[in-house]
Design a protein around this ligand. Structure first.
Ligand SMILES: Cc1cc2nc3c(=O)[nH]c(=O)nc-3n(C[C@H](O)[C@H](O)[C@H](O)COP(=O)(O)OP(=O)(O)OC[C@H]3O[C@@H](n4cnc5c(N)ncnc54)[C@H](O)[C@@H]3O)c2cc1C
Length: 578
């Protein structure tokens, strides 16, 4: 029996127990929080595929932290605030930047092998950073972190990690207390799960999640006194993305259906340089490659970034991505070139062994050949509105890492600040969750999930078509450059698609595919709704009909469902609720 199967088998014997803490997701946020809590509490981590299927595992560049003598906290703060275009929370920026060196040293103590130069860390440089401050493990920093943390997690007796467990919806207090209804109502209620109920003012408490075993498709309630969403990003909402398949925005969708407030969803970061190659699914060419001197050229060899921004190729990502998009559209070219051929080959191979090796497999030599690249959806700057310690608008529900919106990134994330945010968030969330555990009673018993849909899932070809439609609408109409007309069209298309997907959700036997499809359709709709609301251009949100920033819009867009069940009203507000 494989190690993976053994973990699943051993887990299945203990399925019904209630836990102190349920963590959904096994990226840097979830794993780090589990390690911080495990000496005080019993922690269950559930993750929807393999333990290392996460955005974390794919991170190449590294973690931003001030270690260089030429650098200072003030510089790192300033760079973060500049990228964030007026929407960062200054207190959060200050706290994260100042804690960064300590959190990085802790990671190293846990076994992550960062590169060193002389006495200190070898520091890379990336777009938007005015100094060298990217701590890295060659160009596979994320894999080094994921591997080290997983080793520690597996070794800890108070942590259990179960793979192939897909959280479908959150368990809410109001649903536990709601009076039982007649068959029709109860069916709707159980399937609607967290989406409706007798929630008051969005303050429903969370007691765990309904979770599907990917092998059997059976759904069970898993209760806990504290539930943490560490489910990462939503790149799969877009047709082209650097994210792995697990990034379907499940945490955002579950939290929204439960009534939590979500913020800044219009700010989706597109990475400027994803490899454009017929045989490579998604492969990122790290920003650090431009940090080491790579330049961008159109297909006729013309360098175009110096005329766009004083930092040229090292301008913030949104500016580089928009410039590439403009050149491609203007010339009708399918990609642009990334050229590192003028940098000494030995230096390139030493700094980027992973990227160079992958490209060689595809017949491209990073040290000599121009590399074909296009922008692709990369990072969600918005998320579940949360404090730095993960507190959300629902008692008992916490959110950390990419799924959360703490105010660090504002309207645009500074490169390599996201692994850092997850690290610092996990550190603070551990304190916050411990306070909850000291006061909260045992989780109440949750009713079993009652499957209502009995019809077999749709043919793969139909389901694939819906996946493709949602993702194409988002790519074509809600991408790097938006307009009022494109957004309105996207909104109408997504409404039709969502209605059909909701009908399937009610009638068909649930499958992981349908659960995820429903989530990308919802998250796509929320991104569109947030983008339509922001009638200006700022940071990552660029609208041709409102091309400039407007001072009155210097606040976050908040979206929250207050209606009952699906299709409930979206409520937009400004900032600060927590
Ligand atoms: C190619 C690439 C390169 C990057 N490079 C960098 C970089 O150099 N520096 C940097 O700071 N950031 C980088 N990022 C961003 C960074 O990797 C992520 O923001 C960060 O890893 C997020 O960590 P997380 O713990 O929040 O989520 P993730 O690491 O994405 O983990 C989410 C976890 O939740 C699980 N999950 C999701 N939904 C469910 C569900 N319904 N039920 C159960 N489990 C679920 C997933 O399977 C996964 O285990 C990069 C991202 C990518 C894709």
């Amino acid at each position: 029996m494989s190690a993976r199967a053994q973990r699943r088998a051993s887990a299945s014997g203990r399925r019904s127990a209630s836990h102190d803490v349920l963590i959904l997701g096994s990226g840097i946020g979830g794993l780090m929080l589990a390690l911080r809590l495990a000496d005080h509490a019993r922690v269950l981590i559930l993750t929807k595929k393999r333990a290392d299927d996460s955005n974390t595992n794919w991170a190449q560049g590294g973690i931003a932290a001030v270690f260089d003598r030429e650098d200072s906290f003030a510089h790192h703060e300033k760079d973060t605030l500049t990228a964030g275009a007026g929407l960062c929370d200054r207190d959060v920026v200050r706290a994260v930047v100042r804690e960064a060196p300590e959190r990085v040293r802790e990671l190293e103590a846990l076994g992550v092998g960062f590169n060193h130069a002389g006495q200190g860390f070898e520091l890379g440089r990336e777009g938007g950073h005015s100094r060298r401050r990217i701590v890295h493990a060659s160009d596979f920093t994320g894999r080094a972190i994921e591997t080290a943390l997983l080793e520690r997690v597996h070794a800890h007796p108070n942590i259990r990690l179960e793979e192939d467990q897909l959280a479908v919806d959150l368990i809410l207090d109001s649903r536990l207390r709601a009076p039982r209804r007649a068959a029709g109502g109860a069916r709707g209620r159980s399937r609607a799960s967290a989406a409706g109920g007798s929630r008051q003012g969005g303050n429903d408490a969370c007691w765990g999640a309904y979770v599907m075993d990917r092998a059997t498709h059976r759904i069970r309630p898993v209760t806990a006194r504290a539930t943490v969403l560490a489910t990462g990003g939503c790149g799969k909402v877009y047709l082209y993305t650097t994210n792995p398949d697990v990034a379907t925005g499940d945490g955002l969708a579950m939290a929204f259906r439960a009534g939590a407030a979500l913020a800044s969803l219009e700010f989706v970061q597109f990475h400027p340089t994803c490899l454009y190659h017929a045989s490579a699914r998604t492969f990122l060419i790290s920003e650090a490659v431009r940090g080491e001197g790579a330049v961008l050229r159109t297909l006729d060899g013309t360098r175009f970034m110096p005329g766009v921004h004083p930092l040229a190729e090292l301008a913030p990502r949104d500016i580089v991505a928009r410039a590439i998009d403009r050149e491609m559209k203007r010339r009708g070219d399918p990609h642009v070139w990334l050229d590192l051929s003028h940098v000494p080959a030995e230096r390139v191979r030493k700094r980027f062994p992973n990227i160079a090796a992958r490209l060689l497999e595809l017949g491209l030599d990073l040290t000599k050949d121009p590399i074909p690249v296009v922008p692709a959806a990369h990072y969600m700057c918005g998320g579940i509105q949360a404090t730095l310690s993960g507190r959300t608008s629902l008692p008992g529900l916490y959110a950390i890492g990419e799924v959360a919106c703490t105010g660090l990134h504002g309207a645009n994330r500074l490169a390599s600040n996201s692994l850092l945010e997850a690290l610092v968030g996990a550190h603070h969330a551990a304190d916050e969750v411990r306070v909850r555990l000291a006061a909260a009673p045992q989780a109440p018993r949750a009713e079993a999930w009652r499957a209502v849909g009995t019809r077999p899932p749709r043919e793969a070809v139909v389901s694939d078509h819906n996946w493709d439609s949602v993702r194409r609408v988002m790519w074509d109409l809600v991408g790097i450059v938006r307009s009022d007309e494109r957004l309105a069209f996207a909104s109408r298309r997504l409404r039709l698609l969502s209605e059909e997907i909701e009908r399937d959700y009610e009638r068909l036997r649930l499958s992981p595919d349908l659960v995820e499809l429903r989530n990308i359709a919802l998250v796509g709709s929320l991104i569109v709704a947030s983008a339509m609301r922001r009638r200006e251009s700022r940071g990552l949100h660029f609208n041709l009909d409102h091309p400039r920033p407007v001072a009155a819009w210097g606040r976050r867009t908040v979206v929250q469902e207050r209606g009952k069940g699906r299709g409930g009203a979206l409520v937009f507000g400004s900032d600060r609720h927590l």
